[in-house]
Design a protein around this ligand. Structure first.
Ligand SMILES: [Zn+2]
Length: 257
């Protein structure tokens, strides 16, 4: 081959990893400059491979990538941040799967989204260290939705545009907006939204994680926020989120013991 291979260097976080062929891995990664990419790591399953330890799920690495005919090829990989606790604790791992699955589901390939890369990297770090993993998930959901172009409107009624009052309002997953009681009551696409849940959603949407991590939510409010986010997410994906089912099963098991 006489033509020069084109190569690029990028930071990358592994969202998905599947075996491919005899010894290769097919990676779905998220990068700062190129968004989501599908890459092939040749020979990565051979224990002798210098790539093998550096393309682990959820890890952040620096890759050297060669442009291929169909898929680009990882030629070198070096771990920057392995997020080891995500591999050592089942619950942390499960939440990391959830965050990775959502990111994969809400992003097109090769669409630069640097703020989302930063958020994803931070969120994996929080999941590796935080006590309240469900709160990390709620924060991630709200901010991922915003950065992916589905920012829910939480401050003014979606119909009459009046500021929402502290009372039971209505949320429409189809419209991604809250409605006041007068405009929302008769909408068949809208569900009730309590004052507390609305406050929490607004707080998560507008504050940094350093502030939000201090929140201590009552179980009923947390459950309502989780349900609403999940309805909104599944409405846009038009399917269930596999790892969310797994979190739910794990939770029921823990409660039963
Ligand atoms: Zn209204």
């Amino acid at each position: 081959m006489s033509h020069r291979e084109r190569v690029y260097q990028t930071e990358a976080i592994v969202l998905r990893r599947i075996d491919f062929g005899e010894a290769d891995r097919l990676l779905t990664v998220f990068t700062p400059e190129r968004g989501k990419l599908r890459l092939i790591a040749k020979g990565a399953r051979k224990p002798s491979s210098r790539k093998s330890g550096h393309v682990e799920l959820f890890s952040c690495g620096r890759y050297l990538v060669a442009v291929g005919h169909e898929l680009d090829i990882v030629t070198q990989a070096e771990t920057i941040e392995p997020f080891l606790p995500l591999h050592e604790d089942l619950l942390r791992a499960t939440y990391a799967y959830y965050v990775a699955e959502l990111t994969d589901a809400f992003t097109p390939e090769q669409d630069e989204n640097r703020p989302l890369f930063t958020l994803l990297k931070e969120a994996l770090g929080w999941l590796a260290a935080a006590d309240d993993l469900p709160l990390v998930a709620r924060y991630y959901e709200i901010h991922l939705l915003g950065l992916a172009g589905y920012q829910p409107q939480l401050f003014a009624c979606g119909a009459c545009k009046k500021p929402l009052e502290p009372e039971t309002n209505y949320f429409s997953p189809a419209q991604g907006t809250v409605y006041c009681p007068r405009c929302g009551r008769d909408r068949i696409d809208a569900v009730e939204l309590s004052t507390n849940a609305l406050k929490v959603l607004r707080f998560l949407q507008t504050r940094t994680w350093d502030t939000c991590r201090l929140l201590r939510l009552g179980p009923a409010t947390h459950a309502e926020v989780e349900r609403l986010n999940y309805r909104y997410i599944t409405h846009h994906l038009e399917r269930k989120v596999k790892s969310a089912d797994f979190i739910e099963r794990l939770r029921r098991q823990t409660e039963a013991n």
